[in-house]
Design a protein around this ligand. Structure first.
Ligand code: ADP
Ligand code: ZN
Length: 228
């Protein structure tokens, strides 16, 4: 199964990816991670990418698309399928992805859009705390540490990311909406968009996901007569 994951920062895409991995045992391919890997290698391409990311700019479509193409064609762990996270980020990337996968005879199954209300995202991100030492994640209401401000795992100090404040979150959301809406529409037009709610608790998301994955495995239900 090949899926594209769409969803704003704080929508809960990370835990959704975890659930999908559990149910389908397919790999999670994040272009953010791939680009950071390339940067670490210190190649000329890596240096170019670093310059752009440090400025907060997007990496050019051709560069990211080429990396994704190489990866899906050569990584043996992706044979069973994969979910793409962070890609496509532009309609051009979505089109090129379709071309690449069509040529490979491995079309995308669907795009899964995590729809999450701004209020939920604000609550999640504003309460988020991160361990400075090990990166463990906490939430002041839903996942508080045993001792306030101290990591359960490594006893490191917890801090709040500077971009996790209401004003910045609203801005990130607006930018996300603007850039992603056309991609959502691109998949909707071709009948490949599925939605899942990010406003619910993990258990409910799990139930919804089971339904979506089962539906996706069935052969074209819409053409059967007598469907209730
Ligand atoms: P975030 O979405 O929080 O910015 P990511 O880890 O997804 O974090 O991406 C980090 C950076 O890598 C982005 O800010 C962007 O510069 C670059 N990037 C990731 N994916 C893409 C993509 N599909 N197209 C262009 N640039 C990308
Ligand atoms: Zn820690």
């Amino acid at each position: 199964m090949r899926i594209v994951l769409l969803g704003p920062p704080g929508a809960g895409k990370g835990s959704l990816a975890g659930l999908i991995k559990e149910m389908q045992s397919i790999a999670h391919v994040s272009t953010g991670d791939m680009l950071r890997e390339e940067m670490k290698k210190g190649t000329p391409l890596g240096q170019e990418i670093k310059g752009l990311i440090d400025k907060g700019a997007l990496v050019p479509d051709e560069v990211v698309t080429r990396l994704v193409e190489q990866r899906v064609k050569t990584d043996p762990q992706l044979v069973q399928g994969y979910m793409l996270d962070g890609f496509p980020r532009t309609v051009q990337q979505a089109r090129d992805l379709d071309l690449i996968l069509k040529k490979a005879g491995q079309p995308l199954d669907f795009a899964l859009n995590m729809e999450t209300q701004l209020a939920t995202i604000l609550k999640r991100l504003a309460g988020r705390r991160v361990c400075k030492k090990c990166g463990a994640l906490y939430h002041v209401d839903s996942k508080p540490p045993k001792a306030p401000g101290v990591c359960d795992v490594c006893r490191g100090p917890l801090f709040q990311r500077t971009d996790d404040n209401e004003e910045t979150i609203r801005k990130r959301m607006a930018i996300y909406r603007e850039s992603t809406q056309p991609i959502v529409e691109y998949y909707a037009r071709s009948g490949r968009l599925k939605a899942i709610s990010g406003d619910k608790e993990t258990e409910d998301v799990r139930d919804e996901l089971v339904k979506i994955l089962n539906d996706a495995k069935k052969p074209n239900q819409d053409q059967k007569p007598g469907r209730s």
